[in-house]
Design a protein around this ligand. Structure first.
Ligand SMILES: Cc1cc2nc3c(=O)[nH]c(=O)nc-3n(C[C@H](O)[C@H](O)[C@H](O)COP(=O)(O)OP(=O)(O)OC[C@H]3O[C@@H](n4cnc5c(N)ncnc54)[C@H](O)[C@@H]3O)c2cc1C
Length: 239
């Protein structure tokens, strides 16, 4: 940044100068190393649990992979639809990765089975979708399989923020962009603005965002007003 103007290099080698930047580079959802995972994405393997997915697994046994708060919330939600939720966690406990209230809730829900030290090792199915899943206990190496048509993966996401290194934009400990009050600055940072004045962030890349299409669209619309506000202030003779 020089004299309040940012210069960005595009992938095709051009340089763009602007008084303001909106970071909307999203996040990459982590995928367990299962060789044919992509065959079943959208036909039995899901990365989200909305009422639509809830209806898909009505009265079925399902698997949910993950040990964080989002996994816990999804397991509780899906247990209201599925006959049984097998919640598979690679570690030996949830204590380090999930809030206590959620752990208590999972333990108190009769149709959620917590399966520690467990990972999926195989997916089988046909064109219509997933039919069978094989999993392994990492301690005993014992393998088991079951007729499962829906698997939910909640194993986290990596923000696309490497390109922001060294430009002063403050990231949280997992690399997502902090905005508004999260930045800890006392200049009253607007909700979608980052620690660098004139640099805004929206959607999945933003720390604490809801990670949903609707959220990203809403923030995209909201940031337009914020940009007008910022650029209007810059144009003001008192700025
Ligand atoms: C498999 C899957 C299923 C999902 N299902 C649902 C669902 O059912 N319902 C729901 O609400 N949400 C769902 N989501 C989440 C939803 O897709 C995201 O919340 C939404 O797309 C976020 O929008 P975004 O614009 O922030 O990021 P993205 O849609 O990820 O867009 C970011 C863009 O920035 C580009 N980019 C990254 N780095 C750079 C760079 N350095 N320079 C230029 N461009 C860059 C990327 O290539 C990408 O095109 C799903 C996500 C996945 C992965």
């Amino acid at each position: 940044m020089k004299n309040g103007v940012f210069t960005l290099a595009t992938e095709c080698g051009q340089h763009i100068s602007s008084k303001s930047v909106v970071v909307a580079s999203g996040a990459r959802y982590r995928r367990p190393a299962i060789h044919n995972l992509d065959e079943f994405e959208g036909s039995g393997v899901w990365y989200w649990a909305s009422p639509i997915e809830g209806r898909l697994c009505a009265n079925q046994e399902i698997i949910l992979v993950g040990g964080g708060n989002s996994a816990g919330q999804a397991a509780v939600f899906l247990s209201g639809h599925a006959s049984k939720v097998r919640m598979m966690v690679r570690s030996e406990s949830l204590a380090d990765s999930m809030s206590r209230y959620l752990i208590d809730r999972l333990e108190a829900t009769p149709n959620i089975e917590l399966m520690f030290c467990t990972e999926i090792v195989g997916l089988e199915g046909a064109e219509a979708g997933l039919e069978r899943v094989r999993w392994r206990n990492r301690k005993t190496v014992e393998e088991t399989s079951g007729d499962i048509r829906n698997v939910f993966l909640f194993v986290g996401a990596d923000p696309a923020t490497k390109w922001l290194s060294d430009c002063g934009v403050v990231l949280d400990r997992t690399g997502f962009v902090m905005t508004g009050a999260q930045t800890g600055q006392n200049r009253g940072v607007p909700q979608l603005e980052t620690s660098v004045p004139g640099v805004f962030a929206v959607g999945d890349v933003r720390s604490g965002s809801v990670k949903r299409v609707g959220g990203a669209i809403g923030e995209g619309a909201q940031v337009v007003a914020a940009l007008h506000g910022f650029l209007g202030d810059k144009a003001s003779p008192h700025a």
